[in-house]
Design a protein around this ligand. Structure first.
Ligand code: KIV
Ligand code: ZN
Length: 502
């Protein structure tokens, strides 16, 4: 048996199904390029039939990103498969991923079909996909709640029709590790054809077991795991890529399985995904949480200082967590910035470099020491506000104080035209958001607001995350600035722009 476990990343598809996430094309491309740098074997870039935006994003990823397979999701129906192929056909290694539910509850209540019809649809979908693409993945949705004999029958049909990867999803996160491991083991015994294809698993985290279940599957013969960065995904999310990979890496001697992931890229990928999706990472999250390598008790700190391995099972460098260095200052020029960004593996075009340089200089006027973390935040903020931005923030002025009604004036630009409005609010942030709302003419309800600091110190950049309800849909926005009112305005506008561009 091979010692390789392939990592199929679905951050841009299942991850994007997390409530409130809505990535635009340039954000998806930025994440896909970083996933390729991370070394994932496949990137599920989206579900092309679902919207024009998703189709365009998948197409762009397929045309630009080289290395991993680029995957488009499709239900087992002709229109989905045709659209998925249209989106991915220019990829270096395209793959169609088609799925149909196989549990009684899904077949009867959701699909309203018979089992025979499901078998026929499976066969037809895979054959149609195979006419386009040599690589086809098939998933029997809700596999863990499906009748075992029927599941085997569906898989036999899928293999016979030419599927090259069979993915077993625990769609509702119901399985227990022993059960799921046994399911994979038994499927491989009863359906011998599975030994000739990639056997993949896709676990959801409703009971907090997504990674444990994926691991049990790997120990029982699965050789691909579907994951998302930071564990994003529908409801409680999917198996977290960083956890799965670092389990296999840290416990290699016991498990004997390797991945192609460049673990040093994990921290950067995690931060980029968090910045662009607006989903902040829980402080004590394994591997990528801010406290994952922090030791606070005296005994632990003393131990680590004497010998790191007393309390650390992974070195922070292994996941790319280096001291955020003080790198540049007020006097640094374009060339120094470019060189430093290249050393951080960013290759920006002239326009992006210029905009980053302007932001860098503005920051250097306010903050003495500029670190890698500051630069990462600036770049993510700039990516957020590129071409697909509908309104851009040109100017804000806020008057507020203990005896004053907070009042804000904002100037926004749309297609070169300037719009200005003044509004009042309960506080300065509320006043700014009201003024933006007046210009844009969109009514919103604030569901969540959070501000945190990118680095330590009083001059740190503020990182604001906002979740809005816009016309019944949840949308997340994020913005960064040394001025938290400006960061809030950017976050608010970012959410509105996303909603308008959908
Ligand atoms: O959770 C699930 O079943 C899915 C399938 C499309 C693989 O996301
Ligand atoms: Zn899923």
């Amino acid at each position: 048996m091979s010692d390789k476990v392939y990592i199929f990343d679905t951050t841009l598809r299942d991850g994007e199904q997390s409530p409130g996430i809505s990535l635009n094309i340039s954000e998806k491309l930025e994440i896909a390029e970083q996933l390729a740098r991370l070394g994932v074997d496949a990137i599920e870039a989206g579900f092309p039939i679902t919207s024009h935006g998703d189709f365009e994003a998948v197409k762009m990823v397929a045309e630009r990103v080289r290395g991993p397979k680029i995957v488009g999701l499709a239900r087992a129906v002709d229109a989905d498969i045709d659209r998925a192929w249209e989106a991915i056909k220019n990829a270096e290694r395209p793959m169609i991923h088609t799925f149909i539910a196989t549990s009684d509850i899904h077949i009867e209540r959701k699909l309203r079909k018979t089992k025979d019809e499901v078998l026929k649809m499976t066969e037809a979908a895979i054959k149609r996909a195979k006419n386009y693409s040599s690589e086809v993945e098939f998933s029997p949705e809700d596999a863990t709640r499906s009748n075992f004999d029927f599941l085997c029958k569906v898989l036999e049909v899928a293999l016979e029709a030419g599927a090259t990867t069979i993915n077993i999803p625990d769609t509702v996160g119901y399985a227990l590790p022993d059960e799921f491991g046994k399911l994979i083991h038994e499927l491989m015994l009863v359906v011998p054809g599975l030994n000739d294809v990639l056997v993949s698993v896709h676990c959801h985290n409703d009971l907090g077991l997504a990674v444990a279940n994926s691991l049990a599957a790997v120990e029982n013969g699965a050789n691909q795991v579907e994951c998302t960065m930071n564990g994003l995904g529908e409801r409680a999310g999917n198996a977290a890529l960083e956890e799965m990979v670092m389990i296999l890496d840290t416990r290699y001697r016991t498990l004997g399985k390797k991945t192609n992931i460049k673990t040093e890229e994990i921290t950067r990928t995690s931060r980029l995904v968090s910045m662009l999706t607006g989903y902040q990472i829980q402080l004590n999250k394994a591997i990528v949480g801010a406290n994952a390598f922090a030791h606070s008790s005296g005994i632990h700190t003393d131990g680590v200082l004497k010998e790191r391995i007393t309390y650390e099972i992974i070195s922070p460098q292994k996941v790319g967590l280096t001291e955020s260095k003080i790198i540049l200052g007020k006097t640094s020029g374009r060339h120094a910035l470019k060189q430093h960004l290249e050393a951080m593996s960013y290759s920006l075009n002239d326009d992006e470099l210029e905009r980053t340089f302007v932001r860098f200089k503005e920051l250097a006027d306010k903050k003495v020491e500029i670190t890698d973390d500051d630069l990462e935040a600036i770049i993510a903020d700039e990516v957020r506000s590129t071409k697909t931005e509908i309104y851009s923030l040109d100017y804000i002025h806020v008057a507020s104080g203990t005896d004053e009604v907070p009042t804000a004036t904002v100037r926004l630009i749309k297609n070169g035209e300037i719009f200005e409005k003044t509004a009042q609010g309960d506080g300065p942030v509320d006043a700014v958001c009201n003024a933006i709302g007046e210009v844009v003419g969109v009514s919103t309800k604030l569901l969540f607001y959070n501000v945190s600091a990118i680095t330590g110190g009083l001059d740190a950049q503020g990182d604001v995350t906002i979740q809005l309800d816009i016309g019944g849909k949840k949308v997340i926005g994020r913005g960064v600035s040394t001025d938290i009112i400006e960061a809030s305005a950017k976050a608010y506008l970012n959410a509105i722009n996303k909603s308008l561009s959908k």
